[in-house]
Design a protein around this ligand. Structure first.
Ligand SMILES: [Zn+2]
Length: 198
């Protein structure tokens, strides 16, 4: 099985689902696709280097699609590029952002994935720091891989002033999901299920 995680910018996949990807990487091939290289908030080479370091830490392949940061659009080109990527890697599970999000690139990424993944068996939607109204129904236990997620987030040195990368905050959220699942002390990442074909 191949798992494809799609992020609008370098760091979104790591915030949204990196603990799960680290867990799945023990048995599955992981591909991370980054739609834009984040030039609005830094140097693209540096940001790509940081994202590549994260991907390599779990043996994942990373693809940079290099669309323009801040003006990513769901159109024939972006949908076609992602469709080709899905076909190339034969991905059966896809992670992408939740659609209700105040960042336009995140909304566009969701639309591009849904429009290109007609044949994908499983699509799970992750939360980003700009998501609203998130209603999770699938939970992955990341107790064993939370340290790997926190190390990955620390890799984004160019974004170290961003409050949502604070490891205490990220860990608290994972612990709080565990509490709500009556498994205090553990850590979880949460998803909204878009589609599952079993
Ligand atoms: Zn983003």
């Amino acid at each position: 099985m191949v798992v494809l995680a799609v992020g609008p910018h370098p760091d979104d996949v790591e915030i949204g689902c990196f603990g799960t990807l680290a867990r799945l990487s023990a048995h599955e091939r992981i591909v991370i696709a980054v739609m834009t290289s984040g030039e609005v908030r830094g140097d693209t080479e540096e940001r790509e280097r940081e994202a590549r370091e994260c991907a390599e830490s779990i043996g994942a392949t990373i693809e940079f699609l290099k669309f323009r940061d801040g003006s990513l659009t769901q159109d024939a080109e972006s949908v076609g590029r992602l469709r080709a990527l899905l076909k190339q890697h034969q991905a059966s599970t896809v992670f992408c952002p939740y659609p209700s999000d105040s960042h336009q690139d995140h909304v566009a990424t969701h639309g591009i994935v849904i429009a290109s993944a007609a044949h994908t068996q499983e699509i799970l939607l992750y939360e980003t720091p700009s998501t609203f109204g998130f209603r999770p129904d699938v939970f992955y236990d990341i107790s064993a891989t939370l340290p790997a997620k926190l190390r990955a987030l620390a890799t984004f040195r160019s974004q170290s002033d961003r409050p949502y990368l604070d490891p205490a905050l990220v860990e608290a959220q994972a612990r709080y999901f565990a509490l709500r699942l009556h498994q205090p002390g553990k850590a979880f990442e949460a998803y909204a299920l878009f589609r599952a074909v079993r």
